[in-house]
Design a protein around this ligand. Structure first.
Ligand SMILES: Cc1cc2nc3c(=O)[nH]c(=O)nc-3n(C[C@H](O)[C@H](O)[C@H](O)COP(=O)(O)OP(=O)(O)OC[C@H]3O[C@@H](n4cnc5c(N)ncnc54)[C@H](O)[C@@H]3O)c2cc1C
Length: 241
């Protein structure tokens, strides 16, 4: 049943993804399905009636009534520490959605697609990568994923095996510490990193950039400076500085 667009939902599985992030699987009876790249609003209600609402991207897509979220803990945050540390299978919460029609990927486009993620911004891009693989379109997509260190990468195993498994090619960018034997640069995504890993501007890719607000703005500026058309850059800002 929905009241004001909110559906009662139940957490069915939680799995640690990194020291600060967890993947949650949530069953939403009556869920209408979602497109790759969409998000939901999650509403929590405390015993005293206090409510908090936050947005979370879907790592899943398609018709299943069980959706997947991945939440990274913001220290001192109101909602994310609860979702990462405390929520258990069987717990109830409310879900509204799917939301967002702009930051969405659909099969059938002729242009190459560049996905660029910072931190938990990888979640909707994983949904897109999964959808592209399922549609047999993975060869036209690339993912550049910026994380502090290898252990901070949500979906690390899936993304490490992606290209070999017929999925999207993934390039890692580490901002603080790289794995042993890493020969690439360490630091923020810059023009050099984009030149090396991303589809070049003359291929006219559609670019999806997602992550903390500062990351998204920095990457979008660097893309435009390299010659990418601003109207071909889609952004999703998760908040923060
Ligand atoms: C469309 C959309 C999709 C999102 N998808 C995801 C997702 O898939 N996974 C996920 O983990 N989060 C996602 N977020 C962020 C999420 O909605 C919350 O903002 C985040 O979990 C922090 O909530 P909080 O209640 O813990 O912190 P708050 O109590 O709201 O904030 C505490 C402090 O942290 C800062 N802050 C808030 N968000 C961030 C951030 N993302 N990075 C850095 N600082 C921040 C605030 O400015 C504030 O100073 C998404 C946001 C949007 C708008």
């Amino acid at each position: 049943m929905t009241v004001g667009g909110w559906r009662a939902a139940r957490v069915v599985e939680v799995a640690d993804a990194t020291p600060s992030a967890r993947v949650l699987r949530v069953t939403v009876p009556g869920w209408a399905g979602s497109e790759a790249g969409q998000h939901v609003d999650i509403r929590l209600t405390a015993e005293d009636g206090y409510q908090a609402v936050r947005s979370y991207s879907l790592g899943s897509y398609g018709a299943s009534e069980t959706i997947e979220l991945a939440v990274d803990e913001i220290p001192e945050g109101e909602v994310s520490p609860y979702l990462v540390r405390d929520v258990r299978p069987g717990d109830e919460l409310e879900v509204k959605g799917p939301l967002g029609g702009y930051f969405v990927w659909r099969p059938g486009g002729a242009d190459p697609v560049q996905l660029i993620a910072g931190g938990s911004g990888v979640v909707p891009l994983v949904a897109i990568a999964r959808a592209a693989k399922d549609a047999g379109a993975a060869a036209s997509l690339r993912l550049l994923y910026s994380v502090r260190t290898p252990t901070d990468a949500i979906y690390r195993d899936e993304l490490n095996g992606s290209a070999a498994d017929g999925g999207v090619a993934v390039t890692w960018r580490y901002t603080r510490a790289a794995p042993d034997g890493w020969e690439g640069a360490v630091g923020r995504i810059d023009a050099e990193a984009l030149r090396a890993a991303a589809w070049p501007p003359d291929r006219r890719p559609i670019v999806y950039v997602c992550g903390p607000t500062g990351f998204v703005e920095h990457v979008a500026d660097a893309l435009v400076e390299l010659g990418h058309a601003p109207e071909r850059i889609k952004t999703e800002r998760f908040g923060g500085a």
